[in-house]
Design a protein around this ligand. Sequence first.
Ligand code: PHE
Length: 464
Amino acid sequence: MSDLSNRGSFATRLGFVMAAAGSAVGLGNIWKFPYITGEYGGGAFVLVYLLCIALVGLPLMYAELIIGRRGGKDILSSLLALTKDSGPLGTAASWVIGGMAVASGFLILSFYSVVAGWALSFFAAYAGLLPLQGGEQMFNALVSSKTSIPWHTVFMLLSVGVVTLGVHKGIETACKILMPALFVILVILLGYVAVEGGLAESARFLFAPDFHKLTGEAVLEALGHAFFTLSLGMGAMVTYGSYLPDEGAVVRDGVVVALLDTVIALMAGLVIFAVVFSHGGTPGAGPGLVFVSLPSLFATMPGGQLFGLAFFALLVFAAWSSAISLLEVVVAFLVDKVGMDRRVAALGAGLAIWALGLLSATDIDWLGRFDDLTTNYMLPLGGLGIALAAGWLVSKTDREAGFRVLGPLGEPLAAAWTFTIRFVTPLLVGLVILSKIGVFSAEEPPAPPAEVDEASPVDTDEDP
Ligand code: PHE
């Protein structure tokens, strides 16, 4: 576990897995996954999401980790180093992919920190530090005034603080505490709903697919979310991979991280929908599901305040370890590529991201715009770029390094992965991006306004 350069590294394999899982498990798992699953109708959406994780997420996870490990630096520098032999194409691709990745980290953290700030303020309320009001009241106060700015500020300070301390002392240590704590809280909450009721209905909602509810839009959302939840498409896993001492466990650890992320999202979904179903909430409540519906349901539950405290601690822990990785993408770039001191880089980037975050903190429409731009466009585009670079521009020696250490199993696995990352992943992601920008729907004739009353024969129930 030598640390030849002084850019830092993870001290242990467990430390790396905790950090990478910490990055993956975040607001995406506990806030977003449940509410989009609720909006898109449950089981069928979950199934598509799991498929996206397996077909697109896993191959890309390996691609990012191996690029980081072999490149040994931030995403841009790593790509430049590994695509050297591909000439100007490699250099140009590296700048586009790397530049967009750093920009994504910057943009995502700016709104992520605002949502994490909401969670912090709910946590403070359940801890008795603030007056505890109804969820709707507290949430409206947060999004409609400047109330969320101090929380956004505190959360950014927490994230900058950890990143300033470095890879081992800061990130690894924090995640080795946060991740087990998060898991224990989640198990306790699951235990509670198992006793309190609602778990069976919740499980049915999540796992019994009803394909009538599946829309094309849901498939796109599932793929976008697979990127977001696994922290892919913007170099977080490249950056963490660059702090690995060797390629010994890249394949296995990548799978472990994806599994942990998936299991934790499903557990969070089980808990949340159990509360929703047993206390008369609606699953399709949207982004307010966790911040508006749950608190009002907690208020009617025995031990609800303690449950709320634990739940928002869970959300804050998850968000914190993810925010660290978002900031680290930017900081690693400033340290490795620009040559800045880590502390200066962390403070400077933190300050700039905080300032941009003020937009989302004061106007929820901005939050939506940044979320849409990054999750739906920049991450899939980044993922497409990384897949193509890993498959076509990086040398076989570098790109298959993680499989070579696996013994006889390595060769067929490497062949399967190479095929996937060259053809399958780009095809799937490419199709999704094309349909996002409306390429397919453009072929359909635009519906004339007169056709709107197609539904009129059954629309008579409004008559008195
Ligand atoms: N994976 C994190 C989540 O689910 C978000 C994230 C995206 C973190 C991209 C880092 C990079 O909340």
